[in-house]
Design a protein around this ligand. Structure first.
Ligand SMILES: [Zn+2]
Length: 173
């Protein structure tokens, strides 16, 4: 599901309108809508149809847009404001952008503090072959026939053990 904002027509970069967040005038608010229809209604009621249109933002783009607003000094996000109510002085619901971003950052940080468990590992034996003629060394999974080198089979002087992730559906085992 996308998030809808009001964007200037014919401008490559997203340029969105900002409003003042109600009677208390406690700062500017960016505007976002949860449906394209609500955004269109707002544009029409504001008489902005000539210069503005609706832009749909994917969630990650919405976050970037929100962050850009925040760093431009916009403190609030008005969600689904209604123009008529605004003009009657009815305060529209707003979110505090810094609080919302901080909450998201805390959520991410909690994931960093508890990283996902590493995949289960298993030990596999690796045969290390050696060519007595040219000195070449070759490693291959244990149990296979010796590789050829310099027209003879290589010797197997060593077995190595490696840790590899266990795959739930390893074929051919
Ligand atoms: Zn060789």
């Amino acid at each position: 599901m996308g998030i809808y904002v009001i964007a200037k027509k014919n401008v490559a970069d997203l340029h969105t309108e900002v409003l003042h967040a109600g009677k208390g005038d406690h700062g500017e608010a960016a505007i976002a809508f949860t449906s394209a229809g609500k955004a269109r209604n707002y544009i029409a009621a504001s008489g902005w149809s000539d210069v503005n249109t609706v832009a749909e933002l994917a969630p990650v783009d919405f976050l970037q847009w929100l962050n850009t607003n925040y760093h431009s000094g916009v403190q609030f996000l008005a969600v689904n404001p209604v123009r008529d109510e605004q003009e009657q002085g009815i305060a529209q619901p707003v979110l505090n952008i810094k609080e919302e971003l901080s909450e998201l950052a805390a959520h991410l940080q909690s994931k960093l503090d508890e990283p996902a468990a590493p995949p289960p590992m298993e030990t596999r034996e690796i045969d290390v072959f050696h060519c007595g003629t040219c000195g070449a060394v070759m490693r291959q999974p244990a149990g296979q026939s010796p590789p050829l080198c310099c027209d003879h089979e290589m010797h197997k002087p060593a077995v190595d053990r490696v840790q590899v992730p266990t795959h739930a559906n390893t074929a051919g085992k």
